[in-house]
Ligand binder design. Structure first.
Ligand SMILES: NC(=O)c1ccc[n+]([C@@H]2O[C@H](COP(=O)([O-])OP(=O)(O)OC[C@H]3O[C@@H](n4cnc5c(N)ncnc54)[C@H](O)[C@@H]3O)[C@@H](O)[C@H]2O)c1
Length: 350
């Protein structure tokens, strides 16, 4: 049997579990180490997932030549720094979303990738879900015609991750729900539309619940600041105009007086048909006939786990479906939402 690739996970918080389990689904991956500052969370991960080595300082793992791959499951403010160090150390890197806390930080990752030939991917797991894959297939086959507009939303009525943790502090998270869940909806929508080039962004943000200590949802394992600072947004909305003439309306919230059944979804509007996710539907509105159908599919193009796709790319030397340049463009749009919300003006990106 060929030797397995040796993988290390950096960070043992809420999302690390899905990195470890994802690696384990791949026949060529072996999780050999975990880095985590908290001794309790480090030990818990080592025990629960039978990981033989745990370290406090992730740099030890980057210096270890026997480690081929690292996945980064750290708070947002560490993404760019640790990703650049890992790339420079010659590791293949799976980085959690968002790519960084600002496009200027994300640019440092692109620069590092120009100098080292490693596989790098931001773990945009939404693209790998079954429903987006089915819709992408319809778009690619031209079934929707010209997709000229999309709506993407994720309205959590009460889902702020750990108020007072890094998630809700701008200096650590970079932003609030826009960076946290807006990044998923935006990345997946632009992927489905096949265009990541935005020319103009009008954004809105509000912080109506977090500052009052309301709307907590429970995700995350990091420490809480006793002063419970919340200086990010709990709602972000945007109208994004793309270079190809199409547009996206994006709305996400961590906390809002929203009908809990609204949940999340993406609607694509094409000249020949529409498509929706959650639940997946293909909509054809023609004169005198409205048809709403559940789409059929033969086989999904990608595995349903981003870790498995990433491993496939490392093993086969292939380019991941989530390209670093796309993640960079998503980051620029997210930054533009904040800039526009603060200035009250449309931000041009062309
Ligand atoms: N893909 C998804 O759907 C999804 C879901 C949740 C979180 N995330 C992302 O995953 C990342 C981590 O989120 P989380 O929910 O696991 O956060 P978390 O707060 O639960 O865990 C972060 C962990 O990193 C550890 N850490 C901090 N600095 C460290 C360092 N220098 N070295 C080692 N460990 C360190 C903390 O002690 C903590 O255990 C974030 O970027 C977040 O956006 C992605």
């Amino acid at each position: 049997m060929p030797q397995k690739l040796r993988c290390a996970v950096i960070g043992a918080g809420g999302i690390a579990r899905s990195h470890i389990l994802g690696f384990r689904k791949h026949a060529s991956a072996e999780v050999v180490a975990i880095a985590e500052l908290s001794p309790e969370r480090r030990q818990e991960a080592m025990t629960n997932f039978e990981i033989p080595r745990g370290v406090e300082n992730y740099k030890e793992l980057l210096e270890d030549k026997s480690i081929d791959i690292v996945s980064i499951a750290l708070p947002n403010f560490l993404h760019s720094q640790v990703a650049v160090e890992a790339i420079n150390a010659g590791k293949h890197v799976l980085l959690e979303k968002p790519m960084a806390t600002h496009a200027s930080e994300a640019q440092k990752i692109l620069d590092a990738l120009k100098k080292k030939k490693v596989v790098f991917m931001v773990g945009q797991n939404w693209r790998f879900e079954k429903e987006p894959q089915i819709v992408k297939d319809y778009v690619t086959r031209g079934e929707l015609g010209d997709v000229y507009h999309a709506r993407a939303w994720w309205l959590r009525p009460s889902g702020i991750p750990r108020i007072g943790s890094w998630f809700t502090q701008k200096k650590f998270g970079g932003g609030g729900c826009g960076y946290d869940i807006g990044v998923h909806m935006l990345d997946c929508t632009l992927h489905l539309m096949g265009c990541f080039d935005a020319v103009a962004v009008s954004g809105l943000t509000y912080a109506k619940f977090g500052p009052r200590g309301l709307g907590g949802g429970g995700w995350g394992k990091g420490e809480i600041d006793p002063n419970k600072p919340f200086d990010v947004e709990d709602y972000a909305g945007a109208l994004i105009k793309l270079k190809n003439g199409s547009s996206v309306m994006l709305e996400v919230s961590w906390a809002m007086q929203a009908d809990p059944t609204v949940g999340y979804g993406i609607s694509l509007f094409g000249t020949e048909a529409g498509a929706q996710i959650n639940p997946v539907k293909i909509i054809r509105i023609r004169e005198g006939r409205n048809e709403v159908a559940t789409p059929t599919y033969q086989k999904l193009a990608l595995p349903e786990d981003r870790m498995v796709h990433f491993m496939d790319c490392v093993v086969n030397g292939a380019e991941p479906v989530v390209k670093p340049e796309q993640s960079f463009k998503v980051q620029r749009i997210l930054d533009a939402i904040y800039e526009s919300a603060s200035s009250g003006k449309e931000v041009r990106l062309d």
